[in-house]
Design a protein around this ligand. Structure first.
Ligand code: R7I
Ligand code: MG
Ligand code: MG
Length: 330
């Protein structure tokens, strides 16, 4: 039996470590990744990759996925009113260019500095209907932890947190789905496919009631169920579900990686990295779900030792998870 505090730690640390290992090969193809790194051990052993030799980001550091997840955790702890503008302020204050943000989000966070009063308009600064990138979903894990007993609240808070940078309905659907996956993983002792897929379908019905298109996510859920039934590999499913930067690809793919490897944090996150595409994000979301289910002891020490951070160290993230646990354990 995994205790709840270990699940909180597993979720935040699992999300961070997925980001750290996935960021080494973000946007690469699966063929390139498996040719360059025969195993996860080989990937973990690498100190530098040519592509980032001259960039401010270094191997061992995490990216925007973790930076923004930590902001969401602090927002939950420090702002009982859950004000969206406070959250955007927190994202903006913790913005560091080296973390490889998506272009739309980067623009919003920079604009916020000079125009904090206009925070409501900023979400459509780059995309007129709001972004459907996965940047709203990649950061919601702390919300799933905090409100795990109330999936409606999980989905609503995830949508509120997403909207400040990603107001497109597809981004909101992705954020709600990922936060719910974390909440469910935190609350269960045995994994069942229906236990994840059915509540997400009910959440999507509410978008349909508002006449919003949910077909991208409902189709993905059908494929997840069919793929698991046939025991398709994550790599095989990646051609159907997609590994792109869009919320409707990355979020279902992360759920598949977890559900296909429900017995092992290592196997789920390894699969998420070796399918290529948006690897830091898919591995981070997979790691958050798997860590919430298996607890922090499922994350190998050798993986955690890979983290090379000065301020936001493994201890910092573990402490933040402990604070969330103390505030939301009930
Ligand atoms: O979603 P976002 O914050 O990016 C997150 C990604 C993750 O992989 C991170 O690890 C980091 O690397 O970046 O950033 P956005 O710029 O809002 O969205 C990401 C991309 O999705 C955009 O650059 C577009 O390519 C695409 N996209 C859209 N394209 C057309 N029309 C998002 N919304 C639209 C749209 O409305
Ligand atoms: Mg990233
Ligand atoms: Mg990414």
């Amino acid at each position: 039996m995994v205790d709840l505090q270990s699940r909180f730690r597993g979720c935040l640390l699992g999300g961070m470590i997925g980001d750290v290992v996935g960021a080494v090969v973000e946007a690469e193809t699966p063929e390139y990744i498996s040719k360059r790194f025969a195993t996860m051990e080989a990937l973990l052993a690498t100190d530098s990759v040519e592509e980032f030799a001259t960039s401010a980001w270094k191997v061992g550091r995490f990216t925007d996925d973790t930076q923004m997840s930590l902001s969401v955790a602090r927002w939950l702890l420090e702002d009982p009113s859950r004000s969206p503008s406070q959250l955007l302020g927190e994202f903006s204050r913790s913005y560091e260019p080296c973390r490889r943000y998506g272009p739309g989000t980067e623009m919003i966070l920079k604009l916020y500095r000079d125009h904090p009063q206009q925070w409501r308009e900023l979400a459509t600064a780059m995309f007129p209907h709001g972004s459907y990138g996965n940047g709203g979903a990649m950061r919601v894990a702390p919300i799933g932890l905090a409100f795990r007993g109330d999936l409606k609240k999980v989905a609503e808070t995830a949508k509120d947190s997403c909207r400040v940078t990603h107001s497109h309905p597809l981004a909101l659907q992705g954020a709600a789905m990922q936060a719910m996956a974390v909440a469910i993983a935190t609350s269960i002792t045995e994994v069942s496919v229906g236990g994840f897929v059915d509540p997400v379908r009910r959440m999507l019905n509410e978008f349909e009631d508002l006449l919003q298109d949910t077909s991208k996510f409902t189709t993905a859920l059908d494929r997840i169920e069919a793929g698991l039934g046939l025991r398709e590999t994550c790599l095989a499913m990646s051609t159907l579900l997609g590994t792109g930067i869009e919320a409707f690809e990355a979020v279902p793919m992360a759920m598949y990686c977890f559900l296909r490897h429900p017995d092992s944090f290592v196997d789920a996150v390894t699969a998420a990295v070796f399918i290529g595409g948006d690897t830091d994000t898919i591995a981070s979301m997979t790691g958050a779900i798997a860590g919430a289910f298996h607890g922090c002891r499922s994350i190998p020490t050798a993986w955690l030792q890979r983290v090379q951070e000065e301020t936001y160290t493994v201890d910092y993230v573990g402490n933040l998870a402990d604070q969330l646990f103390e505030a939301f354990a009930e």
